[in-house]
Design a binder for this molecule. Structure first.
Ligand SMILES: Cc1cc2nc3c(=O)[nH]c(=O)nc-3n(C[C@H](O)[C@H](O)[C@H](O)COP(=O)(O)OP(=O)(O)OC[C@H]3O[C@@H](n4cnc5c(N)ncnc54)[C@H](O)[C@@H]3O)c2cc1C
Length: 587
């Protein structure tokens, strides 16, 4: 079967901040690099990041990478690997300067330095006063970063395959990953891209939940590709619900609003965070604030006719601050909630936001998986970076501003490691026909029209199930019921009905492929959550309310085959400094 084929030194799947920063390193080293993206690169979800990126520059208040490291370890509820966290916090400073020099238009202080705002979970001096560590370009930081990286890649002659959908990884006869089968969305034609190294940078999977801040494209395709390739997903039960999504809609209102001095109130006008986090109040860690909001609503202190949200008050900041520092937020509130925050508070409720877990990698973006007897082995030629990856810097809860940092630091490092790898492995391996046939089979499966529910129906049922059974609070009963429902929904997938108008058939086929990916990823969340019998970070179980370091200070690994779980130890030893031993986490 003659499928058109292209050859590159490196294939990067995903054109968000992680993919583009990796590509820039490779193109700069004169490697032939292909970047595949299912949407035009600057529409990747990185463009929507609002608040900013963390680095201990100390432009506004005193700061150090070591304090940043402490906050990140504590924020992770001690589940993050401390060597990776130390590495990221140190690398943050040169990474932000590199971006500045590449042309990112950061907001400025009067003295010309990069503006930094306060964000949740940040402290000075290992748990002392609030720090100001988040470097911002107004409330459009991701937009500024993504556009700059894209322009630099165009200049460096990176080869872009825009609006191509990656279907599956392919292997050679020895089982080594050597590229991917992709589909040109416009024509529906398959294309085989062979490469010496492949990087998954496909972003998160907020779309598995009904209410989410994530873009439509965030369906977990890369994570599902890894699962199908036999690679486990790590720490999947830890999914972050951002406290302030626009109520009922899910669009994000950045934590930067609270960093600038905004605060939450309940129906009695009470600033309730003072009860839950007496010191940090509204700038406590995200898991803490989300639980507080859900508790206020459950206990009858929610606002509105149905009492199902709380209010975010900003009007006291004044129009000048709101227009200068939060212009995008004012616009989103007016469009999606019909309120002008200069005059009245914004109705908010937690929204599915960020995947802490993902494809397990080492510090260099190399995919690493257990190889028996407690040892680990690198999956040759395969890398992952960005939100789809888990370098284990966020543990059980990510701090705001640390994700842009993660994608930039580890995207860059993966790029650098691929350069070395390709130098040492300069020959292109040959794709095994059975592996290609398997990937093609996945595509062909959706050439039929089906008789069962439509993709949209099944997708809606699935996302509701995830929201109802794997949300902010989880009990054994709720989750076990959810798992059974998910199994039923998964069984219905093969008979799903595609839209039968030939004009839109291609998009319908892609929606089906995405739904299949979302179901695999959703299942990994549900199964991992059901197994972890403790409360840690974003995983909160009223039936096991305490953190249990004795039994559960370990990473979970979910395998698709048989919904199997495995575990591995947390790396508590940093690179150069002393460990931060687990402590009770209070804000
Ligand atoms: C609304 C919002 C605001 C945020 N604000 C902040 C913030 O202020 N600070 C912060 O640190 N973090 C923030 N985050 C989190 C952060 O923005 C993301 O974690 C990060 O941008 C993810 O980057 P990425 O490069 O991993 O993936 P993305 O930017 O999501 O890009 C994924 C890429 O993969 C491609 N892709 C996916 N599947 C396929 C496929 N099958 N075939 C081909 N291509 C594919 C897509 O086309 C896209 O190019 C925010 C997130 C959201 C949703």
């Amino acid at each position: 079967m003659g499928i058109p084929t292209r050859h590159f030194d490196a294939l990067i799947i995903g054109a968000g901040g992680a993919g583009l920063n990796a590509a820039l390193q490779l193109a700069g080293a004169d490697l032939r690099v292909a970047v595949v993206s299912k949407v035009f690169p600057t529409r990747s979800h990185t463009v929507a990041a609002q608040g900013g990126v963390n680095a201990a520059l100390a432009n506004v208040l005193p700061d150090s990478w070591h304090w940043h490291m402490f906050d990140t370890v504590k924020g992770s509820d001690y589940l993050g690997d401390q060597d990776a966290i130390e590495f990221m916090c140190r690398e943050a400073i040169p990474t932000v300067y590199e971006l500045e020099h590449a042309g990112v238009p950061f907001s400025r202080l009067d003295d010309g330095k990069i503006y930094q705002r306060a964000f949740g979970g940040q402290s000075q001096n290992f748990g002392g006063d609030q720090a100001a560590r988040t470097c911002a370009a107004a409330d459009r930081t991701g937009h500024a970063i993504l556009h700059t990286l894209y322009q630099q890649n165009i200049r460096a002659r990176t080869h872009f395959f825009d609006e191509f959908f990656a279907i599956d990884l392919v292997r050679d006869a020895e089982g080594v990953i050597c590229g991917a089968l992709v589909l040109e969305i416009e024509t529906g034609e398959p294309l085989l891209i062979e490469s010496k190294a492949t990087l998954l940078a496909t972003g998160g999977w907020g779309q598995v939940f009904r209410t989410t801040s994530n873009a439509h494209i965030n369906t977990g395709d890369g994570a599902a590709m890894a699962l199908r390739a036999g690679i486990p997903l790590m720490d999947m039960e830890f999914f972050q619900f951002h406290p302030t999504g626009i109520a009922g809609k899910g669009m994000l209102i950045t934590e930067g609003t609270r960093g600038e001095g905004g605060y939450l109130i309940n129906k009695d006008g009470e600033r309730f965070m003072e009860r839950y986090a007496p010191r940090a109040k509204d700038l406590a860690s995200r898991d803490v604030v989300s639980r507080a909001i859900v508790t206020e609503v459950k206990e009858g202190r929610g606002c509105g006719e149905n009492g199902d949200y709380v209010m975010l008050k900003l009007d006291h900041l004044g129009e000048a601050v709101i227009s200068k520092r939060l212009p995008g937020i004012r616009e989103s509130s007016q469009i999606f909630a019909g309120v002008d925050p200069v005059i009245e508070p914004i109705p908010v409720f937690p929204t599915a936001h960020y995947a802490m877990g993902g494809i397990p990698t080492d510090r260099f973006g190399r995919v690493a998986m257990p190889a028996g007897h407690g040892s680990e082995e690198v999956v040759v030629g395969l890398y992952a970076a960005g939100e789809c990856a888990c370098a284990s810097v966020h543990g059980a809860n990510r701090l705001g501003g640390n994700s842009l940092l993660d994608i930039l630091v580890f995207g860059r490092l993966a790029g650098k490691d691929i350069i070395e790898y390709v130098r040492e492995n300069p020959y292109q391996r040959t794709v095994d026909s059975a592996s290609l046939e398997q990937a093609m089979g996945r595509l062909r499966r959706w050439e039929h029209k089906g008789e069962g529910p439509t993709v949209q129906q099944l997708r809606a049922d699935f996302r509701k199930c995830m929201e109802d059974h794997a949300g902010v609070f989880r009990t054994e009963e709720i989750m076990a019921e959810g798992y059974n429902k998910l199994c039923e929904l998964r069984d219905r997938l093969p008979e799903v009905r595609l839209t039968d108008q030939s004009k839109v058939f291609n998009t319908a086929r892609i929606e089906a492929l995405e739904l299949e990916n979302m179901m695999d990823v959703g299942m990994s969340i549900a199964v991992s959550a059901l197994h972890r019998q403790e409360s840690r970070g974003a995983h909160s179980r009223p039936d096991y309310p305490a953190r249990d370091d004795q039994t559960w200070l370990k990473h979970s690994l979910y395998y698709r085959e048989g919904d199997r779980m495995d575990y591995k130890p947390v790396r508590t030893k940093p690179l150069t400094v002393e460990s931060f031993p687990p402590k009770e986490r209070v804000y």
